[in-house]
Ligand binder design. Structure first.
Ligand SMILES: NC(=O)c1ccc[n+]([C@@H]2O[C@H](COP(=O)([O-])OP(=O)(O)OC[C@H]3O[C@@H](n4cnc5c(N)ncnc54)[C@H](O)[C@@H]3O)[C@@H](O)[C@H]2O)c1
Length: 335
């Protein structure tokens, strides 16, 4: 999908700025792949609250059953693998909407284990799309990633930006997007592709805010940071990301639609370090920049969210507040 192709009617989605409204979700049969993971489990919480009948497919490689504690009795958890076509087929059967969140979600892990990354992200998406066709799924919302754009040619990156990934992860996710778009056009299902930039919050198992907090919890006097500290990112709090994913399931669509999900406020890693130190109430910490970063890391990554805003979505959780909630979840500050 490029540019404005497949764009939905603007501003017409019910409940765009809110969470999952009960009216639209009550009794709906929904599959969430990766639903025991960070973003997936928050999405499952909202769907259950809104009355959806939720099934989760997750192999618990990165996800945790405890992430579903709040809704465990109401969720049909299938501990199953996207790499297994038969298991995916059984999980898809009888569902009308699929949120495809499950993936290897780590760039460094994709560099270390290309086969797992490809088999989960690309082949697993084929298994899902294939089963969706067979079982007459009405809509798929795919969690894609800013990594499909590759190094930004301009900032903020909008949906028309060239797709030039530079990591196995970016490649496997782009291949998954392309496959889904082709299938949606060939067969009879609707598709929304959500290109997520950086999302953070409680239950996150990796990435910069989490890594920095964990390092500081072990040694509050000294903090080593990957890269120069000048890398710039924007961060969406997980609740805001989840609202944007839910929107992908309810927007009126005239064809496959891609939209960015991002926080709308770009900060440097140095800024982020400062905010985290303040959140944890730390002063006098020695911060050391310049540790080699990973292959595939990108210097400046900010997402243009005009399209998402056009659907009535706004970020609602400020970075300071989101970091405080994350630190509270990790037991580093009082909740
Ligand atoms: N967190 C972010 O900032 C971010 C940014 C861009 C895109 N995304 C995308 O959002 C989605 C969720 O990411 P997350 O941050 O919640 O990561 P996560 O690792 O917490 O969630 C991924 C889930 O998929 C499951 N999974 C992995 N391999 C599987 C397999 N073979 N079979 C079944 N389940 C499998 C994991 O156990 C995990 O629960 C991913 O598709 C990721 O690419 C996340």
């Amino acid at each position: 999908m490029s540019g404005r192709e497949g764009e939905a009617a603007r501003g017409g989605a019910a409940g765009a700025g809110r969470g999952a409204s009960a009216a639209s979700w009550s009794g709906r049969r929904v599959l969430v792949t990766g639903g025991a993971g960070f973003i997936g489990s928050h999405l499952v919480d909202r769907l259950v609250e809104a009355g959806a009948r939720v099934r989760v497919l997750d192999n618990l490689r990165a996800g945790r059953e405890e992430n579903l504690d709040r809704v465990r009795t109401e969720v049909d958890l299938r501990v199953a693998d996207l790499r297994d076509a038969a298991e995916v087929d059984r999980a898809v059967a009888g569902t009308e909407i699929v949120f495809h969140i499950g993936a290897n979600a780590s760039v460094p892990a994709s560099v270390e284990d290309r086969a797992y990354d490809f088999q989960t992200n690309t082949l697993g998406t084929f298994h899902l799309a294939d089963a969706a066709v067979r079982h007459g799924v009405r809509r798929i919302v795919q969690a894609s990633t800013a990594a499909v754009y590759g190094p930004p040619r301009y900032a903020p990156v909008d949906e028309a930006h060239p797709l030039e990934p530079i990591s196995p992860y970016g490649g496997s996710k782009l291949a998954a997007e392309r496959l889904l778009v082709a299938y949606a056009r060939t067969y009879d299902f609707e598709l929304a592709v959500a290109r997520i930039f950086n999302t953070y919050g409680p239950r996150q198992p990796r990435y910069v805010a989490y890594d920095l907090m964990i390092k500081l919890s072990r040694d509050p006097r000294r903090l080593e940071v990957l890269g120069s500290g000048e890398q710039r990112r924007d961060y969406a709090y997980v609740d805001d990301t989840v609202r944007a994913l839910l929107l992908g399931a309810t927007l009126p669509l005239e064809g496959p639609l891609a939209y960015n999900i991002s926080g709308g406020r770009t900060v440097s890693i140095r800024d982020l370090v400062g905010l985290i130190l303040a959140t944890l109430g730390l002063t006098g910490t020695e911060v050391i920049y310049g540790l080699p970063s990973w292959k595939g890391d990108i210097e400046v990554l900010s997402g243009d969210i005009a399209r998402l805003r056009g659907f009535g979505w706004q970020p609602t959780v400020e970075l300071e507040e989101g970091l405080r909630r994350m630190a509270a979840h990790l037991g580093l500050v009082r909740g």
